[in-house]
Design a protein around this ligand. Structure first.
Ligand code: XMP
Length: 435
């Protein structure tokens, strides 16, 4: 193992994430662990050089004040306590300074003088270490991965291929709600270029039949989520001798699903929603990484840029942009109009500037003129927003020539669309998606 590590022990801090990132910014790998980490678990972590005890306002859990185990406190490792009352025997500060320089100075002292840590956190070292850890965990057993083609599952697939090659089986479920070219790209990159065992499941008819006539957005989401698990389970049961399930869980998923000291924002499907009778052990090599670090790993593992820097895409896919009851022809109009928008945004350099951009096709028609005759067709609505955390969002000012070109292309190339509208609404009052 190459990288030194500092453990950030979460004792109710609201700043564990900031602390972990500050430590990494100084070049030392850090991992956040819950307050009840045992001495055995600590001993199993590789190359730990010190522990930062991160206390804070969430120090009461189930009516009880939390504390690290005495065995952990008794370890010979250097420790720094931030806002943890009742441990005077340790080096202690009341808060981590918000002034960047002071904060760095404090951490630098702790990391490099107290812990004698080496600043050897790099993406390459991280990958090398995870390859080693995955090999240790998995041995000669087999691993299954649901590969959606999103950033996280793609990076996990690439990392596991490097670690265990043919012991990995990837399952890609095409539910018919992916963007143009996506299923083909997954097959090309992973099966053709990287030589992965990839099972491609064409479940398009199955999903679209289940969704036929269903107009309620929540019902649509439920059907898509439940059907996805059913298809994946069916494929998993066909395979023999699988012991491990790999997942693209990343650190923000864990925070959103709730840690021992912080309530859940929303349950995340990677963390909460596994079918109970599928008795797999989990392999989650990215669970301590933030999104930018995951992307950096993807680049280092040789994945194509458009896979690694993909804009966010909702789990239910185009299903929540083909408003109301989905029909195949309207879904196709949506997929084609979205592909044109993406192509023209890329040509104009807007793909690097706009956080999320897509089209929506509602279930309504208006009158237009095509080939000198009346045509009654759908509109395509363009949504292009910038945001930091998706809780609020601003619309992007798109240059008129780009909007004109997109409009010309969509109305002439996409069957069934005779108008293009631009959604000017920030969030709030709108949400980013229309359903
Ligand atoms: P809203 O529409 O709530 O979207 O402003 C915020 C962000 O979340 C994405 N989104 C989803 N992602 N499953 C997902 O995985 C969903 O059901 C879902 N709905 C919205 C949306 O694309 C945006 O990035």
């Amino acid at each position: 193992m190459t990288q030194d590590m500092i453990v950030v022990l979460d004792l109710g801090s609201e700043e564990s994430t900031r602390i972990a990132r500050e430590i990494r910014a100084l070049g030392v790998y850090s991992e956040i662990h819950p307050y009840d980490l045992t001495a055995e678990q600590l001993a199993a972590l590789p190359n730990v050089r010190g522990i930062l005890l991160a206390g804070g306002p969430n120090r009461v859990v189930d009516g009880r004040e939390i504390a690290p185990s005495q065995a952990v406190l008794d370890s010979a490792l250097p420790m720094l306590a931030v806002d943890v009352p009742g441990l005077p025997q340790l080096r202690h500060v009341n808060t981590l300074p918000h002034d960047e320089q002071m904060c760095q100075e404090l951490l630098r002292q702790f990391l490099f003088e107290d812990c004698k840590a080496q600043p050897n956190w790099t993406v390459k070292n991280f990958i090398d270490d995870q390859v080693e850890l995955v090999r240790r965990q998995v041995g000669d057993k087999k691993v299954l991965l649901a590969l959606s083609g999103g950033v996280d599952s793609s990076v996990v697939a690439a990392l596991l291929l490097k670690a265990i090659g043919s012991q990995l089986t990837c399952v890609h479920v095409n539910h018919g709600l992916l963007r143009k070219g996506e299923p083909e790209q997954v097959v090309r990159v992973f099966r053709d270029n990287l030589g992965a065992n990839l099972i491609y499941v064409d479940a398009v008819d199955r999903f679209l039949d289940k969704l036929a006539g269903v107009a309620d957005p929540e019902q649509k989401r439920k059907i898509i989520g439940a059907e996805f698990i059913r298809v994946f389970e069916e494929e998993a049961r066909k395979l023999e001798g699988i012991d491990f399930l790999a997942q693209g869980t990343i650190y923000p998923d864990i925070i959103e699903s709730g840690t021992k000291t912080n309530k859940a924002v929303k349950s995340h499907h990677n963390v909460g929603g596994l079918p109970e009778d599928l008795k797999f052990q989990l392999v989650e090599p990215l669970r301590q990484l933030f999104k930018d670090e995951v992307r950096a790993c993807g680049v280092a593992l040789g994945l194509p840029d458009d896979m690694v820097y993909r804009q966010p895409f909702p789990g239910p896919g185009l299903g929540v942009r083909c408003l109301g009851a989905i029909t195949r022809d309207r879904l196709e109009a949506l997929r084609e109009s979205d592909a044109i928008l993406r192509e023209e945004f890329r040509n104009a350099g807007l793909d690097k500037k706009v956080w999320q951009y897509f089209t929506i096709v509602p279930d309504l028609k208006s009158v237009g003129v095509r080939d000198n005759a009346r045509s009654v067709e759908w509109p395509a609505i363009i949504r292009a927003v910038n945001t930091v955390d998706a809780m609020t969002a601003e619309i992007e000012e798109i240059p008129w020539p780009v909007l004109h070109k997109v409009t010309r292309r969509i109305t002439s190339e996409v069957k069934g669309i005779n108008r293009v509208c631009y959604d000017l609404t920030p969030k709030p009052s709108g949400t980013i998606e229309w359903e």
